[in-house]
Design a protein around this ligand. Structure first.
Ligand SMILES: *Cc1c(COP(=O)(O)O)cnc(C)c1O
Length: 232
């Protein structure tokens, strides 16, 4: 099912992606450590995730709660779990037992459910639809201010940044304006909500993560470039 055949393919891919992140950071005058790699392991078997772990990769991203739950029971407590997919309210409770960062809060009802179920403050990012594509996940940029205002009063969660997905592009460079837009929104929100630690920019996938790092990404979410092509 996967294109990778050799045992060390995943480790080599992790290494390669890390090098490219470091090079992109350097081009932008940033520290290499300022952009953290989240290996998006949706659909990837545990065996490949263990290879990434052996290569020192500790941050993993999933987009379905049942899959994340099943894998979480099989890997050690050193793994930091990121949730990057559309989240339904009835799936929030089991996720909160182990998730480190939820990247995809895009409506107040979801935030309220997290707030209600959380035992301590849960770290979340607000997902923004920077391209305005109609069926895309993420909230309307115009509504960001009001949402953050609502979220700032919730003790059960802590907004630490913004997340976006660029459209599918034919050349990575075309993704740049969407990353710029998110970075600008983050800067604006930091000014408007000085009491909130809104610093993270979760942006960049296999197709465009180097551009995202050049534009200030603090988290890049890379799947296929590490684990190989997904079968639909
Ligand atoms: C699948 C996914 C990724 C990773 O995409 P690749 O193209 O495999 O790198 C990143 N972010 C989100 C939200 C995803 O669903």
């Amino acid at each position: 099912m996967r294109c990778w055949s050799g045992v060390n393919e995943v480790a080599a891919a992790v290494e390669r992606v890390r090098e490219r992140i470091a090079a992109a950071a350097e081009r932008a005058g940033r520290q290499a450590a300022a952009a953290r790699l989240v290996a998006v392991s949706k659909g990837a078997p545990l065996e490949l995730m263990r290879q990434a772990l052996d290569a020192g990769q500790l941050d993993f991203g999933e987009n379905r709660v049942p899959e994340a739950l099943a894998k979480q029971g099989q890997l050690g407590p050193e793994v930091r779990w990121h949730f990057v997919g559309r989240l339904q309210r009835n799936k929030v409770r089991p996720l909160l037992d182990f998730v480190g960062l939820i990247h995809s809060v895009d409506r107040v009802e979801l935030a309220q459910e997290i707030d209600r179920r959380a035992s301590g403050p849960v770290e979340v990012l607000v997902e923004v639809n920077t391209s305005g594509e109609p069926h895309k996940a993420g909230m309307n940029p115009e509504d960001l201010h009001d949402l953050l205002e609502d979220l700032s009063g919730m003790a059960g969660l802590r907004v630490t940044g913004l997340m976006t997905m660029a459209p599918r592009v034919s050349s990575p460079e075309e993704a740049r304006p969407f990353f710029r837009r998110l970075a600008r929104m983050r800067d604006d929100m930091q000014k408007l909500f000085p009491q909130m630690p809104v610093h993270h920019l979760s942006m960049g996938m296999s197709q465009d993560y180097e551009i995202a790092v050049e534009e200030g990404a603090t988290l890049v979410r890379v799947g296929e470039a590490i684990f190989g092509p997904r079968v639909a």
